[in-house]
Design a protein around this ligand. Structure first.
Ligand code: KG4
Ligand code: ZN
Length: 332
């Protein structure tokens, strides 16, 4: 039997999870509401709140899994990528817990963990292509095995989640704006306004031009009609969301053709978007894809994905020493 404690603290969610033999038995997430009033994550505040939340989150994860602290066999933690001050809290906690309890330590790459979240309730067959879309990253990843992953396309500027969040800010919505755009888009007409699709070669992405065009669009419309946003919020949200989805899916189709793979997954915070999930299911029918869409709770940041990644590393005895340090930028 293998019991893994997973710790996630890369951005603004403090999370702890217990995985027993590949099954997630608890997944506690403490969100940080403090950032809402600033319109984005303030790194210094995030690390302080992680300090407050981490021990209660771990206690709760252990209690919910109905185990005892001494039953744990290994500690897996997010080493990176992420905010350094946030990562230091989770890494230091994991190291201290492992040292005090004489347990092996397992480092986990946050972006790989988003992909491995698919193995919590499902077993996608290798190879598959995963579109990983979060607040900091947008990647097309060729997944050959659990830890044999290659980034074959990525954003050259903003991430897809950033495109959602920055658009929301322009529309006067609070942080994080992605879920709110999703909500308003459901009531809007996605063909009401046209936003440009960037022409980026290969499998790479760009979202900064879209952000600029939305900024000018809002400025011009509000100049003509000060109530424009109030009266057209749902249509603007639906139209922007439609464009972001088409950018993502067009590249995904290109990747599927290029690698001749029809096992397709999505992961990361933006994979919670209901429009993207519906559009992907539709493309799956048209192109005969097997699609893998994570449960909502495993899309945005969580420690269950760290614990499951840790479980697969535990089986390989892939451990790190006490000299491990977090990495704000971390490649696969
Ligand atoms: O994976 P994640 O929780 O954190 C990072 O690793 O960055 O992703 C957070 C991002 C934010 O940009 C948030 O606005 C976006 O995911 N997001 C969404 C939705 N839920 C979260 N974007 C669009 N629609 C959603 N429903
Ligand atoms: Zn993430």
């Amino acid at each position: 039997m293998a019991i893994i404690l997973g710790i996630e603290s890369s951005c603004d969610d403090t999370s702890a999870s217990i995985c027993i033999d590949g099954k997630i038995c608890s997944n506690i997430i403490a969100n940080q509401a403090i950032h809402q009033k600033y319109g984005g994550v303030i790194p210094e505040l995030a690390s302080r709140v992680h300090q407050q939340n981490i021990i209660p989150a771990v206690h709760q994860a252990i209690a919910d899994a109905k185990i005892h602290k001494n039953d744990i066999d290994a500690v897996a933690f997010t080493r990176g990528p992420g905010l350094l001050g946030s990562l230091i809290v989770g890494t230091s906690f994991a190291k201290a817990f492992a040292l005090a309890n004489n347990l092996p330590l397992i480092e986990v790459n946050h972006m790989q963990a988003h992909i491995l979240a698919h193995f919590i309730d499902n077993m996608p067959s290798f190879p598959f292509i995963c579109l990983t879309v979060s607040g900091g990253h947008t990647q097309i990843v060729l997944v050959r095995d659990y830890f044999d992953m290659e980034v074959v396309g990525q954003t050259t500027d903003d991430a897809a989640g950033e495109a959602f969040d920055k658009t929301a800010k322009l529309l006067g919505l609070p942080y994080p704006g992605g879920p709110l755009i999703d909500k308003y888009a459901k009531e809007g007409n996605k063909f009401a306004f046209q936003f440009p699709e960037p022409q980026i070669p290969g499998l790479d992405f760009s979202f900064s031009g879209l952000k600029t065009s939305i900024m000018y669009f809002v400025r011009d419309r509000v100049k003509d009609d000060p109530d424009f946003l109030q009266n057209n919020l749902a249509d603007v949200c639906a139209s922007v969301q439609e464009r972001i989805i088409s950018i993502l899916l067009n590249k995904l189709k290109k990747a599927a053709t290029q690698f001749d793979i029809n096992n397709i997954a999505i992961a990361g915070g933006v994979s919670a978007n209901s429009g993207l999930r519906a559009a992907l299911n539709q493309v799956a029918v048209e192109l005969n894809w097997n699609v893998f869409i994570p449960k909502f709770e495993y899309c945005t940041d969580n420690a269950a994905m760290i614990a499951i990644a840790g479980y697969y590393k535990f089986l390989n005895k892939d451990f790190v020493g006490q000299d491990v340090a977090p990495m704000a930028r971390m490649k696969f």
